[in-house]
Design a protein around this ligand. Structure first.
Ligand SMILES: NC(=O)c1ccc[n+]([C@@H]2O[C@H](COP(=O)([O-])OP(=O)(O)OC[C@H]3O[C@@H](n4cnc5c(N)ncnc54)[C@H](OP(=O)(O)O)[C@@H]3O)[C@@H](O)[C@H]2O)c1
Length: 193
């Protein structure tokens, strides 16, 4: 199963502000839908709160360590990212998308094979950040620039990255290591300088 991260990140690394996206970029929302439709999406509890409802046409998994949190209908609760990924794999998914926020991106980036990044060419105030990216572990495979226009207050670029030698950690997971992912051996140089 492919693990993909999908995120919109501004020039200062900001992804969110006070529980919301700091921008409105309709083309980015369309791309998010096009890429994730039909696949499991995995998100943190605060990202789910910001969306407010399960997204249709995708299996929605929300991560929370709080067992008292009652997921609404159409949402699967998992206590760890490893559990969420194993759930998607057990359902036969070909790809799972990690859709945020900060904590999920930090935990998920070392495991991901692909990153679909929207680089927002502006700086915004915010309180949620994307990890340092790209590191040398990643190769840019596709780039598409969109200038600012009447529907988009700032320019942005769609950037697709692939891990240079991807795949090893997902094999570790498939092998049954269900410990919290943070304790798994980090693969492929990600986060290791
Ligand atoms: N630009 C983008 O692409 C993008 C994408 C998504 C979100 N956002 C923005 O980011 C902000 C929300 O993100 P955030 O970083 O504040 O919060 P978040 O990562 O969405 O949610 C954090 C919560 O999720 C749970 N969680 C996260 N990782 C977990 C793990 N590995 N295992 C178990 N539970 C885990 C915990 O819930 P409990 O506290 O219940 O244990 C944690 O407190 C909003 O502003 C949103 O608009 C932006």
């Amino acid at each position: 199963m492919n693990i993909a991260v999908i995120a919109a990140v501004d020039e200062g690394g900001i992804i969110g502000s006070e529980g919301h996206l700091p921008w409105h970029l309709p083309e980015d929302l369309k791309r998010f839908k096009r890429l994730t439709l039909g696949h499991p999406i995995i998100m943190g509890r605060r990202t789910f709160a910001s969306i407010g409802k399960p997204l249709p046409g995708r299996s929605n998994t929300v991560l929370s360590r709080n067992p008292a949190w009652i997921p609404p209908a159409g949402v699967q609760l998992c206590a760890t990212l490893a559990d969420a990924l194993n759930l998607a794999r057990a359902a036969g998914a070909s790809a799972a998308f990690l859709i945020g926020g900060s904590e999920v991106f930090s935990a998920g980036l070392p495991l991901a094979h692909r990153v679909h990044l929207t680089r927002v060419h502006a700086r915004h105030p915010g309180d949620a950040r994307f990890p340092d990216f790209p590191t040398p572990a990643w190769r840019l495979v596709h780039e598409e620039h969109h200038p600012r226009d009447e529907k988009h207050a700032c320019a942005f670029s769609f950037l697709d990255y692939e891990r240079k030698n991807g795949g090893r950690l997902s094999e570790v997971l498939a092998g049954g290591n269900r410990s919290e992912i943070g304790t798994l051996p980090l693969p492929l140089g990600e986060g290791r300088g």
